[in-house]
Ligand binder design. Structure first.
Ligand SMILES: NC(=O)c1ccc[n+]([C@@H]2O[C@H](COP(=O)([O-])OP(=O)(O)OC[C@H]3O[C@@H](n4cnc5c(N)ncnc54)[C@H](OP(=O)(O)O)[C@@H]3O)[C@@H](O)[C@H]2O)c1
Length: 246
């Protein structure tokens, strides 16, 4: 369907979860892949092995904390040394620390903003220097738009920041780089593995499709936005949530 032959994509936080699905999906369409990870080295190396064995593409695997400017700069230098360009950036890496309001701390709030929001800014800043023509896709969340779950107010704030960052980057990087965000609803990944079953069932009840998303369903939207089929979509926040009846 899509063809990303000779293109290079960096997917932050692609050792597992949605990032992994995005990496596999882009590789399936002939894209060279850079897997970025922080802690899950084994999983990242396994994914690299899987991509190299299944698809005729190149695949690098680089450890870097996206909230650390020096580490990001070193990662981009390593990619440029290997490929000389980057065409697709998916800012996917993110953390959440859901707690009651009472248990929220300034230090954790800053940690979440540093990773999710500032990290997206840092990686976009360094990658865009090497993008002649390309596409940046930021992974936001429907929590950035709908406020109904104060346990994740810090995470939701970081994602709302990503939405406005997306729109500003689209202005700053036009006309050669398109910048969009995907705002998924609930996805079946590790992020939700410890979710209370009663809460989960209530959430599923609000979703018109009566289930959480499979990561591949979000990865398909990302591939579409990265492709020329989306050549006139820019500065948008696209919900992919199965339809919600609140
Ligand atoms: N799951 C959902 O229901 C849901 C809903 C809406 C939006 N989203 C968004 O979708 C994206 C993926 O979520 P997910 O559910 O796949 O999350 P996940 O399973 O928790 O995976 C998070 C990924 O981010 C990486 N990461 C975290 N901090 C990092 C850092 N400082 N530097 C580099 N990598 C880092 C992790 O790498 P290591 O394991 O190597 O540390 C991991 O690969 C996120 O942006 C999330 O906010 C998720």
């Amino acid at each position: 369907m899509f063809d990303f032959k000779d293109k290079v994509a960096l997917i932050t936080g692609s050792s597992r979860g949605l990032g992994k699905s995005i990496a596999l999906n882009l590789a399936k369409y002939n894209c060279n892949i850079v897997i970025n990870y922080l802690n899950s080295k084994e999983k990242a190396l396994e994914l690299q092995k899987e991509i190299l064995s299944k698809y005729k593409v190149k695949c690098l695997c680089i450890k870097a904390d996206i909230s650390n400017e020096i580490e990001v700069k070193n990662m981009i230098d390593e990619i440029i040394e290997e490929f000389n360009h980057i065409d697709i950036l998916v800012n996917n890496a993110s953390i959440a620390i859901d707690t009651t309001f009472e248990d929220k701390t300034v230090s954790n709030f800053k940690k979440i903003l540093n990773t999710n929001l500032i990290g997206t800014f840092i990686v976009s800043k360094y990658v865009s220097k090497y993008m002649n023509k390309g596409s940046i896709i930021n992974i936001s969340s429907t929590n950035s738009i709908d406020t109904y779950y104060p346990y994740s107010m810090d995470y939701d704030s970081s994602k709302a920041g990503i939405n406005i960052l997306t729109k500003n980057l689209a202005i700053e990087l036009a006309p050669n780089i398109r910048v969009n965000a995907v705002a998924p609803g609930w996805i079946n990944t590790d992020m939700n593995k410890d979710m209370d079953i009663e809460f989960k069932n209530k959430e599923i009840d609000k979703i018109l499709l009566k289930r959480f998303a499979n990561p591949d369903e979000i990865a398909n939207t990302v591939a579409f936005l990265a492709s020329d089929y989306a050549s006139y979509i820019n500065g948008e926040i696209i919900r992919v949530d199965g339809g919600i009846n609140n």
